[in-house]
Design a protein around this ligand. Structure first.
Ligand code: NDP
Length: 450
């Protein structure tokens, strides 16, 4: 049977666009449905506008440092609407670039939602479209806890469109998003209270790094409330009243206007018509094998909708490997084992490989040696600022292999990206030691630790 397309991609985010373009490069006839702005979560309401906000939030520290270096820094004021407008302009520019890239790759764009009618047929807007292979790359969306009054909270999707800067914000959640926005808003001058149910932010990361960031955030004036269970949210005349239970008592926290629920994300599986297919859902995510294949052999899924490692570069790689395998005759397998990542808190975290806790649990405490360096970077000593950097290597002594490299401090993401190549290649501590340092830099500590 002849199909309208060799491949139809549902979702124009990082994974979907990468797969569509790569498949088209191999000569496949490709269609893609995206009802919203091109680029998905990352470009429109995630990594990109968030990172721009991180840059904006760092200026007060830079002004302080500048004064220490002899600059006279005049009156300074921050204008939230100017930032929001600038973010939107940049995102719109990127949407355009994605559109041009799809055009150049001859991927046909359908600006509509797509829904399965049967396993080879999709309803896209008011058209029925058939495809030999279908890729689901629809991402995820924020999920809020189910408590009374939760509708009075916003999510990270909304924060990029707030018309006015909140004076005081309550952030629920201590993951990537909650912690990043706590730092961003604090840096921009909002009073921040972060409420978490555990004892520390950023669960799953190296314990020492979590402590380092949490301590630094407290020093910057962010109030962290731990061991809190969210009970209810009530609207008041001036904002919201958040009732939380701690092990000792119930408390009320008042937010002027905004409270941000950053309590995780879930795959976007609703509305796809999956009931009309044999595609299976496990724990709310589309179940796929190591070739990104669902229970239906010609339907595939990549990215956050599969809830494996929910990061943009992972979705892109999954999408490209899918296209290489299915359309390029270059079979490949995606490894989720060593995935470098960064958390753009202030200070920033960059990390690759095993945490100290994971390495000790896997190989035994006595086989793991930790190398660490904690210092005040040169940049801060002249202006007398207190920012610290922590770097850490997790080494398996019997093989000398570096299992993990972690950093909290300026440029952690930039530095760890390079170190990740070595960790990915299986470098030993001796390889790190044999590498000549770049001096003076912070990064050199990674090759001089004893
Ligand atoms: P995370 O899963 O990272 O964190 C969720 C947070 O919410 C945790 O602190 C969790 O607590 C808490 N939580 C969950 N449910 C409840 C509840 N019912 N009541 C109270 N607290 C709750 O999710 P995020 O939303 O922060 O981020 C989603 C994903 O987006 C990340 O996993 C990441 O993959 C991606 N992302 C990546 C970024 C980057 O690369 N820099 C930046 C932003 C997002 P507990 O720890 O106790 O479970």
């Amino acid at each position: 049977m002849a199909y309208d397309f060799d491949l139809f991609v549902i979702g124009g985010g990082s994974g979907g666009i990468a797969a569509a373009r790569r498949a088209a490069e191999y000569g496949a006839k490709v269609g893609l449905a995206e009802a919203g702005r091109l680029g998905g979560t990352c470009v429109n309401r995630g990594c990109v506008p968030k990172k721009l906000m991180v840059y904006a939030s760092h200026f007060p520290d830079q002004f302080e440092a500048a004064a220490g270096y002899g600059w006279t820094v005049g009156d300074r004021q921050f204008d939230w609407p100017t930032l929001i407008k600038a973010l939107d302009t940049e995102v719109t520019r990127l949407n355009g670039i994605y559109g041009t890239m799809l055009d150049k790759s001859s991927v046909q764009l359908f600006p509509h939602y797509a829904r399965f009618v049967d396993e080879h047929t999709l309803e896209v807007g008011d058209q029925k479209i058939t495809a030999e292979k279908i890729l689901i790359a629809v991402g995820g969306k924020p999920v809020k806890p189910d408590v009374p009054g939760i509708e009075y909270t916003i999510t990270s999707d909304d924060i990029f469109h707030l018309p006015q800067q909140p004076k005081r914000v309550v952030i629920l959640g201590g993951g990537y998003i909650g912690s990043e926005f706590a730092c961003i808003l604090n840096g921009l001058g909002t009073e921040v209270v972060q409420v978490i149910r555990g004892d520390k932010i950023l669960r799953g990361f190296d314990e020492e790094l979590r402590t380092e960031i949490q301590t630094a955030m407290a020093q910057q004036g962010i109030t962290l409330m731990t061991h809190c269970e969210l009970i209810a949210i009530h609207k008041t005349e001036t904002g919201v009243d958040i009732t939380i239970a701690t092990p000792e008592k119930q408390e009320h926290i008042l937010a002027d206007a905004v409270s941000l629920a950053a309590t995780g994300r879930r795959p976007n599986v609703q509305g796809l018509g999956l009931d009309n297919t044999g595609v299976e859902i496990h724990h709310g995510a589309i179940a796929v094998d190591e070739h990104h294949r669902t229970a239906v052999p010609h339907i595939f899924a990549v990215g956050d909708v599969t809830d494996r490692v929910n990061l943009t570069p992972v979705a892109i790689k999954e999408g490209r490997i899918f296209a290489d395998t299915e359309f390029g005759n270059k079979p490949g397998l995606m490894s989720h084992a060593i995935v470098p990542t960064a958390v753009f808190t202030t200070p920033e975290m960059g990390t690759v490989g095993m945490t100290e806790e994971q390495a000790k649990a896997k190989y035994g405490e006595e086989t793991i040696k930790i190398y660490r360096s904690r210092f005040r970077p040169m940049y801060y000593s002249v202006p007398g600022m207190e920012a610290r950097t922590l770097m850490k290597l997790v080494v398996h002594q019997p093989t000398d292999k570096v299992l993990g490299a972690h950093m909290v401090g300026d440029y952690a993401a930039e530095i760890i990206q390079g170190v990740a190549i070595a960790v990915q290649m299986g470098a030993t501590k001796a390889d790190f030691d044999a590498t000549i340092a770049i001096h003076p830099s912070s990064a050199e500590e990674f090759v001089t630790m004893r």
